[in-house]
Design a protein around this ligand. Structure first.
Ligand code: HEC
Length: 145
C-alpha cells in the first residue's frame, strides 16, 4: 500500500479524492511497534500522556513515536505531521492535558461520518504505549502559527 502519496495531495483535490482514499485505507495493516523500553501502561487508558518531556526516557518515546506515526498515521495526516488536506494537521493539537484528552478520544473512537470510517479506531491496532509515544513526538513538532 502506498504510504507516501497523500502528502502531495492539496486541499483543492480534497473532495475529489477523499472518499476514494478513505475506502483505500479501510484496511489497516497493523504495524507492531516495540515499546518495551518504555514504562508499560496496562490495559486501562490513562488520562494524560505519561511520556511528556518530564519523562526520563522522553527521547526514546519521541523516537518510537515518530516511527509509529510515519507507519500508521502519515498516510492520512501527512509526513512529518504536515497535513496535505486529507485529515487535520496534528501539529495544531493543543499542548498538555487538553490536547491529550482530545487525542485519546480520537485514537480510541476514530471518526465516522454518515456511516463511513474517516479514521479507524487506531487503538485497535496500536498499543497505548505506541499511541502515547506518537503524542509525545507530535508535541515536539507542535506549532501555533
Ligand atoms: C484513514 C485515515 C486516517 C488515519 C490512518 C489516521 N487518521 Fe486521524 N483523522 C483522520 C480524519 C479524516 C480525521 C478528522 C475526523 C473528523 O474531524 O471527523 C482525523 C482526526 C484525528 C485527530 C483529531 C484532530 C483534530 O484536530 O480534531 C487526531 C488526534 C488523530 N486523527 C490522530 C491520529 C493518529 C495518532 C493516527 C495514527 C495512529 C491517525 N490519526 C490515523 C484520518 C486518519
Amino acid at each position: 500500500m502506498p504510504t507516501k502519496t497523500l502528502g502531495a495531495v492539496t486541499a483543492g483535490a480534497f473532495s475529489m479524492l477523499f472518499s476514494a482514499q478513505v475506502l483505500a485505507h479501510g484496511d489497516v495493516t497493523p504495524q507492531t511497534m516495540d515499546t518495551q523500553e518504555l514504562q508499560q501502561l496496562g490495559d486501562e487508558w490513562l488520562e494524560e500522556n505519561p511520556y511528556t518531556s518530564e519523562y526520563e526516557k522522553h527521547d526514546v518515546a519521541v523516537e518510537i513515536g515518530f516511527s509509529a506515526y510515519t507507519q500508521n498515521c502519515a498516510r492520512c495526516h501527512g509526513l512529518e505531521a504536515i497535513s496535505g488536506g486529507i485529515a487535520p494537521d496534528l501539529r495544531y493539537l493543543e499542548p498538555g492535558i487538553e490536547g491529550d484528552e482530545w487525542y485519546k478520544y480520537r485514537v480510541l473512537n476514530g471518526a465516522v461520518r454518515d456511516g463511513r470510517v474517516y479514521m479507524p479506531k487506531m487503538a485497535e491496532y496500536l498499543s497505548q504505549e505506541a499511541l502515547w509515544a506518537i503524542r509525545a513526538w507530535l508535541e515536539t513538532v507542535a506549532t501555533t502559527e
